[in-house]
Design a binder for this molecule. Structure first.
Ligand code: PMP
Length: 639
């Protein structure tokens, strides 16, 4: 532990001048960015409102100063009513030897307006907190395994309560704590002490009641108070062996209301998503809501998704193979089309072998979770596709995120971690920014440190290189150890694939769970991709046309004063604000242009954009007209 750099991170969110949400963690440096994101997410999507201010404070700490404590043991009292629960609490205090429990409890309502806790002397009933309005705030604590065990929104009320209660119970002179949450939906409170442990008591209030407070019971000399307060406010504590949450006390919060609240928050933040239904196949122009539109948002880059030769083949394949494969690849789901396409993909990419997955998403998740485990370190670019992020998480490897496209940062982090096993992973073309991975230098770094190199070329295939072979052709570089692609973009079908050495592919056939435990793609999709690949190779003019379209379109926008550039088919127009992006996209729709607004969580908060995806089928006239319409629609500073 002592070799690592550790940080404490604190989040506080406010709305209407009032505290809305707060949390803190202590963790080693590599886990910091991910936890920071989780805490920001928790602040922004708080069920009780949208924060006006969120403060994140990150401070370096010395891990050797952290005191490790075992969690207090947990027990539970469930009462039939609020009054009965308070009587049970009073009895408990009496059992624990407090001489005047009713007097102690009479002070409890005084804690309701306080943000922190009251410190009450159980002999003199003197209050010891220096600021009576604010109270004492206990900080500098975390669960030992907080990064693994918190819920997705970073919150787990029970675990956070027991961490605080355990620390408080160990402060010099503290002989007990009484707590009722101010959360109107959370009616369980507790009494905690080192002697008695953590006793959950419910219901200590009615649902909907926003009053809660915290009372620390102090017994000792007045000289010792300072060390007690200092411990509460400053001692770093990690709590281990936290038991699992006992079944929630009644009444349970309504599970549907929680979902509804989240949807309402998404609406008000301009982040609500829907599934628009198209009225024609993907192409350079499409029909949508009864209107013909220029399509600037489809990944069907070479316009092969509706090619007559592909359609003809698929009709024949349908007559022979029907519509479903009926089994996984390892049982009955492999047709000759599967084998044939795998051979073609390997030959195209000049690798020994290839393996199909049902989607590109499943390829990334399957490869990363098969190749890496808890003994590995994965170095992942900060802007990698979500399927890579999910694969990293599923692998249980240590995840080290390096700054987007920053190979110096990558190398620094590899040196710092110095892993004995690991993998480096990057998009070849970044899906939301359209920029390229500098493959040759990146490969050299992977090679130098003996790490697997994995590139997701989903947006490079059919787009980069003279013949559309992707990143390796563009950079005239060898292939990475693991090349991932999809059949769903340039190849106009659906499915994903991995290319590499036969050893890799053989390993994946045996170990990649998303390959093993899912029914094989149907022969129609496979044959369609095979035919598209044949057309792509036979007609390299499509790739050249697409590349020409990119140059032409960027120039048109630049001439209109919009600072864009791209070497791939993705041209991002950064707007920042989520609502602005949505409103521009809607205005463009009225002008006959389909251009998606990309928002959180696809990109970071405040980095919303219009993401143009160009197509070989676009004509110069269409592109000129579209660029002019976009320029007219954007707000002035961007023009
Ligand atoms: N990787 C990248 C970079 C992608 O953009 C996508 C699709 N958005 C995928 C993987 C997933 O591919 P599929 O759509 O085939 O699941």
């Amino acid at each position: 532990m002592s070799h690592e750099t550790w940080y404490q991170i604190k989040m506080r969110a406010q709305a209407g001048g009032k505290h809305l949400s707060g949390a803190e963690r202590m963790l080693p440096q590599p886990l910091l960015p991910q936890q920071a994101e989780t805490l920001v997410h928790r602040a922004i999507f708080h069920p009780r409102g949208v924060p006006e201010q969120v403060v994140l404070k990150i401070e370096k700490i010395e891990p050797e100063k952290i005191e490790i404590l075992d969690a207090l043991p947990v027990s539970e009292i469930r009462a039939a009513s609020v009054a009965e629960a308070w009587r049970a609490l009073e009895n408990l205090l009496r059992e624990e030897g407090f001489l005047a429990p009713e007097k102690i409890l009479a002070h409890f309502p005084e804690t309701y307006p306080m943000r922190g806790a009251m410190v009450l002397d159980i002999e003199t009933f003197q209050r010891w907190e220096p600021d009576f309005q604010r109270g004492i705030r206990v900080t500098g604590m975390d669960a030992l395994d907080s990064c693994q065990k918190t819920a997705e929104n970073g919150k787990n009320s029970f675990r956070e309560a027991i961490v605080l209660a355990t620390k408080t119970a160990h402060a010099p002179g503290i002989v007990g704590e009484i707590c009722v949450s101010d959360d109107p939906g959370y009616v369980t409170g507790y009494f905690a002490s080192r002697r008695r442990g953590y006793v959950r008591i419910s219901p200590l209030k009615e649902v909907g009641d926003e009053q809660g407070g915290r009372l620390f019971l102090y017994h000792g000399s007045s000289e010792k108070v300072a060390s007690c307060l200092d411990y509460l406010e400053h001692q770093l504590v990690q709590v281990r062996n936290i038991p699992n949450l006992p079944t929630p006390a009644l009444p349970r919060p309504d599970r549907w209301e929680r979902l509804q609240n989240t949807l309402e928050t998404l609406h008000s933040a301009g982040l609500y998503r829907q599934v628009p239904e198209m009225e024609s196949a993907p192409a350079g122009e499409v029909r949508f809501r009864g209107q013909p539109l220029v399509m600037l948002a489809s990944n069907n880059y070479l316009n092969l998704a509706h090619h007559p030769d592909v359609e003809k083949l698929v009709q024949n394949v349908a007559a022979e193979w029907g519509t479903g494969s009926g089994g996984s690849r390892l049982t009955t789901g492999t047709s000759p089309w599967h084998t044939r396409l795998e051979a073609s993909l390997a030959e195209w990419q000049k690798t020994e072998s290839a393996l199909l997955f049902n989607t590109g998403y499943m390829a990334n998740v399957g490869v990363l979770s098969a190749l890496c485990g808890p003994d590995d370190t994965i170095f992942s670019d900060a802007l990698n596709h979500a399927s890579i992020i999910d694969g990293c998480r599923l692998s249980k490897a240590k995840i080290v995120v390096y700054r987007h496209g920053d190979l110096d940062d990558l190398e620094r982090k590899i040196r710092q971690e110095n892993p004995s096993r690991g993998l480096v992973v990057s998009d070849g073309v970044f899906s939301m920014d359209g920029d390229l991975l500098p493959l040759p230098r990146w490969l050299k770094i992977c090679e130098k440190y003996g790490l697997f190199s994995m590139v997701d070329d989903a947006h490079a295939l059919g787009v980069l290189g003279e013949t559309g072979r992707g990143s390796a052709e563009h950079w005239q570089s060898p292939q990475p150890d693991i090349l991932v692609g999809t059949l769903s973009k340039t190849l106009g079908s659906e499915g994903g694939f991995v290319c590499g050495k036969e050893t890799l592919i053989d390993f994946l056939r045996n170990r990649a769970r998303s390959f093993i435990f899912s029914t094989a793609l149907n022969a129609l999709s496979v044959a369609a991709a095979w035919k598209s690949l044949e057309i792509l190779q036979a007609e390299p003019w499509r790739v050249r046309k697409l590349q020409e379209n990119v140059r032409f379109f960027c120039r048109e926008l630049q001439n209109a004063g919009i600072p864009v550039q791209s070497q791939s088919a993705i041209v991002p127009i950064l707007l920042g604000d989520e609502r602005l992006a949505v409103s521009c996209s809607q205005q463009l729709l009225e002008k006959g242009i389909y251009l998606s607004a990309i928002r959180y969580p696809t990109v970071a908060h405040g980095k919303a954009r219009l993401r143009v995806a160009l197509n070989a089928a676009h004509t110069p006239e269409t592109l000129r007209h579209s660029a002019a319409a976009i320029a007219q629609t954007l707000p002035v500073p961007l023009r």
